[in-house]
Design a binder for this molecule. Sequence first.
Ligand SMILES: [Zn+2]
Length: 399
Amino acid sequence: MGWLGRAALALAVMAGPAAAEAPARVEAEGSRIADRGWSGGIEVELALSRAVPWRVFTLDEPPRLVVDFRGLDWTGVEAEALLEAANAIGVSFGAMQAGWSRLVVALGGPAVVAEAGMQVDEGTGAARLRLRLDPTDEASFAARSGAPADEGWAPPAPEPAPPPPEDRFVVAIDPGHGGIDPGAEREGLREAHLMLALGQELAAALGRAGIEAVLTREADVFVPLQDRVTLARAGSADVLISLHADALEEDSASGASVYTLTDEAVGEASRRMVERHGSGDLIAGLDLTGQDDAVATALMDLARLDTAPASLRLAETLARELGRAGAPVNGHALRQAQLAVLNAADFPSVLLEAGFLSDAGDRARLSRPEGRAPIVRGIVAALRAWSEAEAQRAGLLRR
Ligand SMILES: [Zn+2]
């Protein structure tokens, strides 16, 4: 037994064994994120079935610890069971892109990685990752934080699909959340899983209706919000429909509702919706500091003069056709919010809240293919009716 790495720096990568074996697992037993008592620091200990390449760094605004792993299966590990530290305020983990996973610990204050190393048992091959964080001041935390520029760990850029023939109608389907960001969770159901199932069923139904579909994700992986829009654009999408089913603590909403983009602050429900959906990138440990796209926003506002009314017409058509198809629709079906996934200016986009995991009826429907079928039928009918109406409108405008 020996410490293979022991360093007071924020980056350490160790080569793992050949990839032919079964994926390395995190063992819940023996893994914990614990308090270091009076010093205010925290300790992270992860028991792994074998060593994998890893790296660690911190991010600011808000302070987070990020640990990346090549591979590593997190199945069976519970966030609550892992977290014992009072000054670590939240933890998430799971798949990022194919082939790598991530652990993100939300820190209660600035803390610096003082010790980091992976110890391997030469007999069993099992590994133990140990990190120690000491409290520090805001300024030195800010100075030492940031995602290291490291080619080997960068998520692959979205792959552009070959452009379809001009006359094809292409729908980008965006199953919400995924990987390290599970979305809403109720009674063992995960929003990310259900929306992937709904998205795949919708893609198949669109295919049967002769409409081309592209999915922004086809597995339980994390996709940043901006990449979802980029993937839709790369697939020459004529429209993007983002699929969600959230859970509400506050009220007993049920049935489908459709969100379109607004640049105004509108109401409490919409504010909470933005809160739930702006945090995914943060949860996943993306570095969002220094992002300033005021110029891009102003330019896009011009392009939105066309797409915004078209998005609104699609939202209305969706609410109508979902009802006709027998899918329960919320009493307040048309809503607006400042949602980043609806940010594209060059094609219309809507976010469909297909129901609420906080509602027992919706939960029962959303968790079974038969329950999701009316929703799929409603969306297909709406996209057909809407695309025909838009084509007619374009023809009229051209005359
Ligand atoms: Zn959601």
